[in-house]
Design a protein around this ligand. Structure first.
Ligand SMILES: [Mn+2]
Length: 347
């Protein structure tokens, strides 16, 4: 694990965290997903045991599907009240940055975090981390930030403080970031961590119910519509993609977070190794990319759509119209023809 939380450093942080209650703000990336909220709230419930004053503050809400997480109702969204958020950051003794390592991922909060006086601790698994924090627990091979939070607690020699509440949060991030244990980063070691989480009495089946059996009727109809009318396959490039217009989002009353997972249906088509979801959001067009095997989704996102992410799961954006963005996407595929359509491999 590449990490600059060495053994000496960890003693310093451990002393700070274990001896005196202090003001802590836990931040995570905008539109937080299951790993972002799970790691933030998991760490929150763990640190509460040391009587700190803690605020979990993402830039904005990632969606209703994560509101079941314990203490989610205490989360403050920076963009709802930037003045209050700024004060909290400026008065913090410690700021955690979870599931992100570039300040652009937290929108306007980034500049405040950069300049405020707090000790900054970054725990993350995204590539190309920026050097804005005092301590880093960073591993691009970790399947989720929740796994790294578990290691953080382990390094503090505090795993006995992981109760069912902490475990529920960490399990949520592990399940969502591994695609329910399907992605290659899922290791025997990760399963051992999950076993430990389950031993707390955490109700894993309830988490699964809340995450995956909790769709609104609208969302399911929208899904059916996308699969019937919007899914396009390009066999020669082993690519599938879905384009969603603003009118369609309105027609089905689709809320933030409700398009989560849609891109995986495109990827699940037999023979497809690269999938994209292109959505016309209010200000920009947003793109999500997923791949299987050796197609670098993050490089593709960075090269053509000012984005990035993990090798097999990345995102980007475009300020062009949805029609032009789709054309640019199709043109961009040509540049990756050597990976997408090696001789004899089209479907
Ligand atoms: Mn993550």
């Amino acid at each position: 694990m590449l990490s600059s939380i060495g053994i000496n450093n960890i003693h310093k942080i451990a002393r700070k965290l274990k001896e005196n209650p202090c003001n802590i703000v836990i931040t995570t990336h905008h539109k937080p997903d299951g790993d972002a909220m799970g790691s933030s709230l998991g760490l929150y419930h763990f640190l509460k045991k040391y009587h700190h004053h803690i605020t979990v503050m993402p830039p904005n809400d990632g969606g209703k599907y994560l509101h079941f997480l314990p203490a989610h109702d205490e989360v403050i969204f920076f963009e709802d009240n930037p003045e209050q958020g700024k004060n909290l950051l400026e008065q913090a003794d410690i700021i955690f940055s979870l599931d992100y390592s570039q300040l652009s991922r937290v929108n306007e909060m980034g500049d405040i975090i950069r300049t405020c006086k707090a000790t900054k601790i970054m725990i993350d698994h995204h590539i190309d981390p920026q050097p804005f924090s005092d301590y880093q627990l960073w591993d691009e091979h970790a399947a989720s930030t929740c796994e790294l939070v578990y290691h953080f607690i382990e390094t503090l020699e505090d795993t006995d403080k992981i109760d069912a509440t902490v475990a529920t949060c960490l399990y949520t991030g592990i399940v969502t970031d591994t695609g329910s244990f399907r992605f290659p980063a899922t290791t025997p070691h990760l399963h051992r961590i999950v076993a430990k989480l389950m031993e707390t009495g955490m109700k894993h089946h309830v988490v699964q119910e809340m995450l995956f059996n909790n769709s609104s009727f609208n969302r399911l109809q929208f899904l059916g519509y996308c699969l019937s009318n919007k899914l396009k396959i390009i066999p020669e490039y082993r690519t599938a993609y879905i384009v969603v217009t603003r009118e369609e989002l309105e027609q089905f009353n689709i809320q933030t977070g409700e398009t989560e997972g849609l891109v995986n249906y495109a990827l699940s088509v037999e023979g497809v190794i690269f999938a994209a979801l292109i959505i016309d959001r209010t200000v920009k067009v947003k793109l999500s990319f997923r791949s299987i095997g050796d197609f670098p989704a993050n490089e593709f996102a960075g090269k053509f759509f000012r984005g990035g992410g993990h090798f097999n799961a990345a995102g980007g954006e475009s300020e062009d119209s949805i029609e032009i963005t789709e054309k640019r996407f199709l043109n961009a595929l040509h540049e990756y023809a050597h990976i997408l359509c090696p001789p004899g491999k089209n479907i």
